[in-house]
Design a binder for this molecule. Structure first.
Ligand code: F0G
Length: 355
């Protein structure tokens, strides 16, 4: 028997993607990520809770799904360089796919607000990294300006090709569960991901691959919660730097996803987000970055507020890997090692509480 090799989201789902039919795929084998059953959250809710673990993508975040599509189309159309604004994951992904395609990645990031792992990725893949004295929203404005006036392709999620690749995550969830979940929970920043998931769920239902569409519930950090308050945040602030965004580009699409699905947005404190991150790592063995835990923190908040998920199927996207930002993860832990001992079994046994 030959083991099936996952071919990346373009080749796995090409007929369902609205990109030029003959676009060669620039791929690193993205997608096909695990849907892990959360025994912890299923127990807490009395439902079936599944984690879509997007940190298992090639550059360790969900961004690779959309990036394979955007870079493939850009290269097919003759681009020699591509640009994006980023809180870190988009830039890491873009740099990798640009490297694979042999084009120049140009990255604009808010100064001092990018996790070290993400910065290392952009640098290692050969990106030109430009730090901006401003926030993500400023970086996006500049990226749009560069793409308008210079020969560089904009690959932020305002580029519709990004959503086409990204929506494959919904397809995978339905393919695995046999139908759409009752609820889908996820973090929101620039709002491309929620828009793409909704696109994918609708398409699958229209095609008859799913009998229903999930209720979309999306969570922001309270210091960067424009979709909750209905107003842009001029100075967004949160330890979950990936979603430190005050004026999401896909605002309207995200609102439509929430409204059409009967869902909503809610805000979380940084403490709620960081606590969910730790619990998820300890209880389910899934280490995600802070922003990625917002869906889990949101579920716990909903339960506290009297919401019931009993008897339902819930998918939660955990968007990026914990190794991207170990500094924030380890804050508040004090000394990171429990004990330092001489190289002896007895000393280790006693330090481990075994003797
Ligand atoms: N989770 C992580 C880990 C992210 O990096 C992002 C966005 C989100 C959630 C929110 O997704 O923007 O589609 O609503 N990161 C972007 C970036 C902004 O530049 O990497 P969204």
């Amino acid at each position: 028997m030959t083991a099936h090799q996952w071919r990346g989201v373009i080749e796995e789902y090409r007929p369902l993607l609205d990109i030029p039919a003959d676009t060669p795929a620039v791929t690193l084998g993205e997608g096909g990520t695990p849907l892990v059953h959360s025994d912890w959250l299923s127990g807490v809710t009395g439902g079936e809770v599944w984690l879509k673990v997007e940190g298992d993508n090639p550059t360790a975040s969900f961004k690779d799904r959309g990036m394979t599509a955007a870079v493939s189309v850009a290269v097919h159309q003759g681009a020699q360089a591509c640009v994006c604004a980023s809180t870190g994951n988009t830039s890491a992904s873009m740099a990798a796919y640009a490297a694979k395609a042999g084009i120049t990645p140009i990255v604009l990031v808010p100064e001092g607000k990018i996790a070290a792992g993400k910065m290392a990725q952009a640098i290692m893949h050969g990106a030109r990294v430009i730090m901006v004295r401003g926030n993500f929203d400023d970086c996006l404005k500049i990226s749009r300006g560069l793409a308008e006036h210079y020969p560089v392709a904009l690959v932020n999620s305002v580029n519709p090709d990004r959503l086409e690749g990204q929506k494959t995550a919904s397809f995978e969830i339905v393919d695995r569960l046999g139908d759409a979940p009752d609820f889908h929970l996820l973090p929101v920043g620039n709002a491309g991901n929620i828009s793409a998931y909704w696109l994918g769920y609708q398409q699958y239902a229209d095609l008859g691959h799913a009998t229903r569409r999930p209720v979309m519930r999306a969570y922001q950090a309270e210091g960067a919660a424009p979709l909750v308050t209905g107003e842009p945040f001029p100075n967004p602030e949160t330890k979950a730097t990936a979603i430190r965004i005050g004026n999401p580009a896909s605002w309207k699409l995200a609102e439509a996803a929430a409204a059409e699905s009967g869902g909503r947005f809610a805000a979380l404190t940084d403490d709620q987000i960081l606590s969910a991150q730790r619990e998820l790592a300890r209880r389910d063995g899934v280490f995600v970055e802070p922003a990625s835990a917002a869906g889990v923190a949101g579920l716990l908040q909903d339960l506290e507020q009297g919401e019931s998920y009993a008897g339902t199927t819930v998918a939660i996207t955990v968007t990026g890997h914990g190794l991207k930002d170990t500094a924030t993860a380890l804050e508040g832990f004090g000394p990171v090692v429990d004990a330092v001992v001489d190289a002896e079994v007895e000393a280790a046994a006693s330090a481990a509480g075994l003797s």
